[in-house]
Ligand binder design. Structure first.
Ligand code: GLY
Length: 375
């Protein structure tokens, strides 16, 4: 198999590198930053295809298939790297703080069920049996049993170590451009010179639309959509499930941090944490769990989601021979890592995959399409 260059060392790029290396490819992954940083590090690791507002059945099917791959994916990486990415089948509890919100949950329950969610409506007593810390004024809830979380920072470490064991090289590179003519890719120009390769994968996350040297016919419109988050140190077992509060969610980690996320803002490549963002997140979290006010705020951070006009990623081959795209996963990059990695590696190695990528083609959006709001 030809040598492969991957642009972007996030979970998506590293995942493809790992699957390609398993198939015998020689792979180099280029990134400005350390591997598995950016959105891969900033995310909350929610594996929640029913609770996320997915845009269409093709996206739902892809996300569900990737969720099913997760236990074996995490176990394989643990065996290879010694790092356990802590996959927890904790489910998602949607919490209604008033009667109108509870009515909305009751009306969405059949939709979640039809999509494959294992869903139960909960009254106040049942909610407190699950999450005792919630405010006493809670009206009701909806529990989605078959959703989970993974520690995405640990997953990044596991994946990079597993890649390195298989001979994948990671190179920091401040400037990079793709070298291609109108028909095929030739290689990548890096800070250290030209690197000839047979295949290039654009897995540059929020930066994927701005990779230099891509011929116009193969460009993808990807825009950064900022998400701010924070973490509160809580006693262990303070909360168990992913707690969904409409626009805000709480993710209890086994290490005693409760993650609170995330804002959604189109403001270019601005990954600062704003006072407004922290205010919005804390306001929602404290309304749902007033006791959080007593605990320490231990971390704030922000990341850039890769948004696309139709909220679907771009996956697979392009009109340029040897140039592939795997970008634009928006809110579901961590969830979609296993299936993206396999589908792209199969496509690059054999020219085909049994993953249905028809809805995710690069050409579905005209080059130069206005970058519509992703949120
Ligand atoms: N997946 C949740 C988020 O992007 O905020």
């Amino acid at each position: 198999m030809a040598d492969v260059a991957i642009v972007g060392a996030g979970l998506i790029g590293a995942g493809i590198a790992y699957e390609l290396a398993k198939r015998g490819a020689t792979v180099t992954v280029f990134d400005r930053d350390e591997p598995a940083r950016a959105a891969s590090w900033a995310g909350a690791g929610m594996l929640a295809p029913f609770s996320e507002e997915l845009p269409d059945p093709a996206m739902l099917a892809l996300c569900r298939a990737s969720l099913e791959m997760y236990p074996a994916f995490v176990e394989e990486l643990r065996e290879s790297s010694g790092v356990d990415a802590k996959l927890v089948p904790c489910g998602t509890l949607h919490v209604a703080l008033d009667d109108a919100s509870f009515a909305a949950l009751r009306s969405i329950a059949p939709v979640f069920r039809a999509n494959g969610g294992d869903v139960q409506l909960l009254d106040r007593t049942e909610i407190f049996e699950r999450e005792a810390a919630l405010t006493r004024t809670v009206a009701g809830g909806l529990f989605v049993e078959n959703e989970a979380q993974v520690d995405n920072r640990r997953l990044g470490r596991a994946l990079v170590a597993a890649c390195e064991r298989r001979g994948v090289r990671f190179e920091r590179c401040a400037e990079l451009s793709i070298e291609a003519d109108a028909r095929r890719v030739r290689g990548v120009n890096t800070s250290r010179g030209f690197v000839p390769v047979g295949a290039v994968v654009n897995a540059a996350g929020a930066w994927a639309g701005a990779v230099a040297g891509v011929p116009p016919s193969a460009r993808i419109p990807v825009i950064p959509v900022a998400g701010e988050m924070l973490a509160i140190a809580v006693p262990r077992s303070f909360a168990r499930a992913l707690i969904w509060l409409g626009h805000t969610y709480l993710v209890p980690r086994g290490d005693g941090r409760l993650l609170v996320g995330a804002t959604v803002a189109e403001r270019g490549f601005d990954a600062r944490v704003s006072a407004h963002g922290v205010h919005v997140l804390l306001d929602a979290a404290l309304k749902a769990i007033p006791a959080l006010a007593e605990f320490a705020l231990v971390e704030t951070w922000a990341g850039l989601r890769p948004g696309t006009p139709d909220k679907r990623p771009f996956l697979g081959a392009t009109p340029i021979d040897g140039y592939f795209v795997a970008a634009g996963h928006y809110r579901n990059g961590i969830l979609l890592t296993p299936i993206t990695a396999r589908a792209l590696a199969e496509t690059i190695a054999t020219g085909q995959t049994d993953v249905d990528l028809d809805a995710f083609g690069q050409a579905r959006v005209e080059p130069g399409t206005a970058l519509a709001a992703a949120n």
